[in-house]
Every structure is written in structure tokens, then in C-alpha cells.
Design a protein around this ligand. Structure first.
Ligand code: HSE
Length: 397
């Protein structure tokens, strides 16, 4: 198979290395990279580098286009052009997949080619393929995951070292985990994209990232918060979760607290974790490296090998409709704020501990609405959900 890679950043160069380096793989006769699409100023650096996309589109030898440019445009247009020119496309670009999955899939179908995106969710974890496999038999009603390597690295390192958020974010960027704009990682947008893609496949629907989906990130977390959670034997993770019942589903990205024995609490460094619940398989979970050069490139090359072997992925039409309702699940939350929280929630069971409040049994929509309201008075407000199985140090008092 002849391959063209669009982009030569961290992941693009990883794909090139895996395919070209015989020490890293056993299939040099089967796959070869014919072009790498780069910016004009880089063209002279390597004989494979080109800056003219038409060369790739019009080369009938190219079977697969690997899109690793990131961002929405020109990635979207280039993916569509490749599909329309009869090229299979594989991509790690979760932002563009989350917004256009249905359209890409339809265009691929019309042109007799495939569109695969294993690496877009969970990096190196074989998540999409196993989600699709579970769906061959089961209905899936629940997905949850630590789906961002950068935020997990930040929270884990803050927990292990007591260092400040800013210092650890800088280290994550230096390690190549973070997105160019760190807000995608720390404000929950990246997890939102990945949860949208997972939900699309799991529920056979199409949920676009946007403001109606609840999300709150870790931008405001402090080393004092981490210390406070540790004092109560709790570990914080940035989690995305969705649950479907009958005709509605909930969808939220928010910091979530676990006790050390829970599986999510043991996901360290840049590792990701993702799980589903299916009718016959029950709970099924995966973990592995969710970001970085080789884990992500590995998943891209797996997609290419699936194309080569003609391993056809599960077909979805993404046409089922469900309403979004984040009021159906009540959970316990911890909020740290200097604003007047109690007056906003007069009917709730709230315990105060300095600037930390424990609120029992509140629905997800309500707590997000209240925190958003209070954030005009307290821009540094932070909150976290106490996961179902976690020991609740306030309630047990
Ligand atoms: N910035 C992303 C992360 C890269 O940290 O998980 C992989 O999607």
C-alpha cells in the first residue's frame, strides 16, 4: 500500500518512522510512504516532502491518506478531497471527526473507500475497534473515560509532586502531549470531542461538540485543592461520561474524585482509560497511552493494516435521535469557592469546610449552571464530582 501523510508534526513523524524503520515493524514490503505533505518552507528537508496536494490526489498509486494536520481546516477539505479522489483516509484528528463523522462516512461510502479514525479517541488504545466489536452483539448504554493524556499527566503529576498547575502544564507541553492551544486539553474540549465520537458510534447517533454539552475543565485547580482531596483520600481525574436510557442521554466532562482503590485512580502519567457497559459483555474497560508520538502513530498504522487486510469496520448510519438531558442523575459534588454558594442552593444538603462545600444529591445540569453563575464573582471557582463508588468523607462524618 502506498501512503501519503498530511502533516509532519509529532504524530506524522511517528507514522513515518514506524513505516520506514524496519526495527519498528515487520511489514516493510507491504507499506510504503510515498509523500509527506508539509508547509512550503519544509519541502527541501526530505525527498518525500511535497507542498502541492494535487500531486497526492492525482497519484493513482496512493491508496491511503493519513491526515494528522490537526484542527478543522484545511483538514476537513483535504479529507473530503481525498475521499472524493478514491483514497482511503485514516486520521487522528478528533476535532474534525467529532464535527463531520457522518458526512465523512457518507462521502467514503459514495466513493467506495473507507474512513477510519482509531487513533482519534484514546491514542494508542484499541478503543473504537472494540467498541464496534461489542456493538456487533450488545446495546451500549454507558461510556466513561479519562480521555486526555495532558490533563491526566497534569493531575497525576500535581498529585505525586505537589507542584503548581502552571509548572506541570509547561512540562506536559514540553513532552509533546498538549495541543497547540492548551485550552483544548485543560478546559475539556478534547475530551468532549472524543466522547462525542464514542457516543456517535455507541448510540448510532450524531452528537456535535458545542455549548449544550456540559463541560468543566481543570484550569482552576490549585495545589491546595489537590492537598485537600488527598487529605480526604481522594484522587482527582478529568472524566467524560455519558449514559443513555430510553430516548435520552446525558453527557458531561468534569473533574471527578476517586478513592485510591478504584481503577480510574490508578491511571497515571499520560495514560488514558475508557470503558463501556453492554447488555451481555457488562463492564469492559481499557487503558493505555492516550497521547504522544508512537502510541498515536501505532493506532494509525493499525487502521492502515486493517485497510490492507480488508477488515471492514462496523457500519453505522448515525441516524438515531435521542434528547440530551443532564437532569436525570443526582450525584455528590465538592465545590471550592469564595462566592456565596449556599444562597444559590437553599434546598440542598450542603456542608461547609472553609472554602470547600460538599453538596449531596444534586443533578449535573444544576451544579454546572450554579458554578457558571458563581464564576462571575469567583473566576477561580473549582468543583469535582464524587464518583459513585468513592467513599464520601463528608457524608460519613
Ligand atoms: N492532547 C491530546 C491529549 C493528544 O493530551 O490527550 C491526544 O489526543
Amino acid at each position: 500500500m502506498k501512503i501519503a501523510i498530511l502533516g509532519h508534526g509529532t504524530v506524522g513523524s511517528g507514522v513515518l518512522k514506524i513505516i520506514q524503520d524496519s526495527a519498528l515493524h515487520p511489514f516493510e514490503k507491504d507499506l510504503s510512504v510515498k509523500y509527506v505533505f508539509v508547509r512550503p518552507e519544509k519541502v527541501d528537508q526530505n525527498e518525500l516532502f511535497v507542498d502541492d496536494y494535487a500531486t497526492i490526489l492525482n497519484d493513482e498509486e496512493v491508496d491511503v491518506v493519513v491526515e494528522v494536520l490537526g484542527g478543522l481546516e484545511p483538514a476537513k477539505t483535504m479529507i473530503i478531497d481525498a475521499l472524493k479522489h478514491g483514497k482511503n483516509v485514516v486520521t487522528a484528528n478528533k476535532a474534525v471527526v467529532a464535527r463531520n463523522l457522518k458526512e465523512f462516512d457518507e462521502i467514503a461510502e459514495e466513493n467506495g473507500v473507507k474512513f477510519y479514525f482509531e487513533s482519534a479517541v484514546g491514542g494508542g488504545i484499541p478503543w473504537i475497534i472494540n467498541l464496534e466489536r461489542a456493538l456487533r452483539i450488545d446495546q451500549i448504554d454507558s461510556i466513561h473515560g479519562i480521555l486526555n493524556g495532558t490533563s491526566n499527566y497534569i493531575l497525576d503529576t500535581m498529585t505525586k509532586t505537589g507542584q503548581s498547575f502552571d509548572k506541570v502544564l509547561k512540562d506536559a507541553q514540553d513532552l509533546g502531549y498538549a495541543e497547540a492551544d492548551p485550552s483544548a486539553d485543560i478546559d475539556g474540549y478534547d475530551i468532549e470531542n472524543k466522547l462525542c465520537i464514542s457516543v456517535d458510534i455507541a448510540y448510532n447517533t450524531f452528537v456535535k461538540p458545542g455549548d449544550h454539552l456540559l463541560k468543566f475543565g481543570i484550569r482552576n485547580i490549585t495545589d491546595e485543592d489537590i492537598k485537600y482531596f488527598k487529605k480526604h483520600n481522594l484522587i482527582v481525574k478529568l472524566l467524560g461520561r455519558s449514559f443513555k436510557k430510553n430516548n435520552s442521554f446525558n453527557f458531561v466532562v468534569e473533574p471527578t474524585l476517586y478513592t485510591p482503590g478504584q481503577i480510574e485512580a490508578g491511571i497515571h502519567d499520560n495514560y488514558n482509560f475508557v470503558g463501556l457497559r453492554g447488555t451481555t459483555i457488562g463492564k469492559l474497560t481499557f487503558n493505555g497511552q492516550g497521547a504522544g508520538e508512537f502510541p498515536t502513530a501505532h493506532a494509525l498504522v493499525q487502521d492502515i493494516l486493517d485497510l490492507k487486510a480488508n477488515n471492514v469496520h462496523l457500519k453505522r448510519d448515525f441516524n438515531e435521535e435521542f434528547s440530551l438531558d443532564n437532569t436525570t442523575k443526582k450525584k455528590n459534588y465538592v465545590v471550592r469557592t469564595s462566592a456565596d454558594l449556599e444562597s444559590k442552593l437553599p434546598d440542598y444538603d450542603i456542608q461547609k469546610d472553609g472554602n470547600y462545600y460538599h453538596i449531596a444529591e444534586i443533578d449535573t445540569q444544576k451544579i454546572h449552571d450554579v458554578v457558571n453563575e458563581l464564576s462571575s464573582d469567583d473566576k477561580g471557582i473549582f468543583f469535582a464530582c464524587i464518583s459513585g463508588g468513592a467513599y464520601n468523607p463528608w457524608i460519613e462524618k
